[in-house]
Design a protein around this ligand. Structure first.
Ligand SMILES: NC(=O)c1ccc[n+]([C@@H]2O[C@H](COP(=O)([O-])OP(=O)(O)OC[C@H]3O[C@@H](n4cnc5c(N)ncnc54)[C@H](OP(=O)(O)O)[C@@H]3O)[C@@H](O)[C@H]2O)c1
Length: 329
């Protein structure tokens, strides 16, 4: 059946300005790291993506290596874009990244100009796009001058292959330096993509301050700690969940007794707020003034819908924040 975008798609989503830029991003964005790989259920991917667009999610986040196999999430996105969303390209913010291993030899990962430029060309081809909206350096490279990596992002923008430049997984000091270099080149750093959730708060130790001071947006990834900060594992490990899969990023060892005590206490508090734990975990991040958007993953339309509904209850009082802090301590 042909897809027609919902006429009410912009009625409920909140849009936030990305740092000091002119770009607005939806409070909830969708990442294609998991659930969009080569052997996955294409109809389900399509359902999730199109429902996201209908709910006001204009931003889809990718990377060269998303799959498995690496690159397959970009290829699947191409098929969905071309079949269903081709008339909506100007309503979409599509990002990709380069930094992790993509091909053999010395030019297949990290932060050299050689790798970044080649990788972006490959990503554009896989996605069937003329340009991406945001091109990220996926991780800092200790062995490449930061100037070279930032110059490659700048070139991508100059060449019209990306509209904006971003960085991911850079610490506060590296970020400050990267922002300086990009500024001197005339391509401002639009956005930083760090891991941030109730269980992983390293960004509070300097990075958020740098981003605020420099006018750079922030889009935390894994805001639900890959599912730990949801009701997914309250009663064990469900079939088909990320822990049940072959994920090397989340395992049974993450469900340790200390974590589960906290998850249960947080879940109870979320229920008192009339929310799910996932919704409270997202609202908690969005309550920080530096945050532009939370970058969620979803393995079903119902997860996506539940997470997007967070925007209806973003308020968290000081007392609640203190209560949550106690649980997390
Ligand atoms: N820059 C980087 O280095 C980097 C690294 C990692 C991720 N990212 C980006 O961030 C995006 C999100 O990462 P993530 O997938 O780890 O995010 P996440 O939102 O923390 O975790 C998503 C997973 O949690 C579970 N979940 C989500 N909503 C749920 C709900 N309402 N109830 C129960 N379970 C729920 C699902 O797992 P199940 O499969 O168990 O259902 C889902 O796949 C990625 O797609 C990618 O774009 C970037």
């Amino acid at each position: 059946m042909a897809y027609f975008a919902s006429k009410t798609r912009y009625d409920h989503m909140t849009f936030n300005r990305c740092g000091n830029s002119g770009l607005l991003l939806p409070a909830v964005s969708l990442g294609l790291w998991h659930n969009f790989g080569g052997g996955g259920d294409y109809q389900k991917m399509k359902d999730i993506l199109l429902r996201a667009f209908d709910l006001g999610i204009t931003h889809f986040d990718l990377a060269n290596n998303y799959g498995p196999p690496p690159g397959s999430a970009e290829s699947n996105l191409k098929n969905i874009l071309q079949a269903e969303l081709s008339t909506h390209r100007d309503e979409l913010i599509i990002s990709t990244k380069a930094g992790y291993l993509m091909w053999e030899g010395p030019y297949g990962e990290w932060g050299s100009r050689k790798y970044l430029m080649a990788s972006l060309d490959q990503s554009l081809k896989r996605m069937g796009l003329d340009y991406v909206d945001i091109f990220y350096s996926h991780r800092p490279d200790p062995n490449t001058p930061l100037e070279e990596t930032m110059m490659a992002l700048h070139s991508a923008v100059q060449q019209g292959k990306a509209l904006y430049a971003g960085i991911s997984n850079y610490d506060a000091e590296q970020t400050s330096h990267a922002v300086d270099i990009l500024e001197s080149l005339g391509t401002p750093c639009l956005i930083h993509q760090p891991r941030y959730n109730m269980f992983d708060r390293w960004v509070e130790d300097g990075l958020l301050d740098v981003l605020e001071k420099r006018g750079v947006g922030c889009i935390p990834f894994s805001p639900l700690a890959q599912g730990l900060l949801t009701n997914r594992y309250l009663d064990g490990i469900p079939k088909g969940s990320r822990i049940d899969s072959e994920s090397i990023f989340l395992g049974e060892q993450h469900l340790d007794p200390d974590t589960m005590v906290r998850v249960k206490a947080l879940n109870q508090h979320a229920e008192q707020r009339g929310q799910t734990l996932a919704q409270m975990a997202l609202a908690w991040i969005l309550s920080r003034k530096q945050i532009t958007s939370v970058l969620i993953g979803a393995s079903s339309v119902s997860q996506l819908e539940a997470n997007v509904a967070t925007v209806h209850n973003l308020k968290i009082t000081r007392d609640e924040l203190a209560y949550i802090e106690n649980i997390l301590a």
